[in-house]
Ligand binder design. Sequence first.
Ligand code: OFO
Length: 170
Amino acid sequence: MISENMAAALNKHQNLEIFSSYLYLSMAFRADHMGLKGIAHWLHMQVREELVHVEKFSSYLLDQGQEVVLDAIEKPQAEFKSALDIYESALEHEKLITAKVNDLVTLASEERDHATVGMLQWFVTEQVEEEATFGDIVQKLKLIGSDGSGLFMLDKELSARPLPALAQGA
Ligand code: OFO
């Protein structure tokens, strides 16, 4: 059993994971509008991945006998100047998520809630991967600069991103 305080914090964070999916959906539509279909596809896969994160939090809350409380979702940013602007904004967002996950681990540790600390370890590792993935694409986009053929190639590369494992029902 986890504390009401911990359950409230996990519910609040779950809302942020839902917002992540909403933000990446907004970015996907913007990329599509720019003619970057591969990047739009990649971002749609990221939307699915964020929903897997939501699922992990809601399943954990339910397993702990807690209610899952859905809240209003903040309106996401819709205007982005370029692919680089999209990925730099996404990287900043992932850094925010990392900080929030770290806050949750701190809270769970203070409450000596070892089960929640254990559950959150998956997210601690995941955030290292998320920041690395977004950071790698930011670097590539910086190297590409205003080279249209480079952007074309990267867009093609990103169009190959598969569905995240849990979203395939694996
Ligand atoms: Fe992108 O990791 Fe969840 O929010």
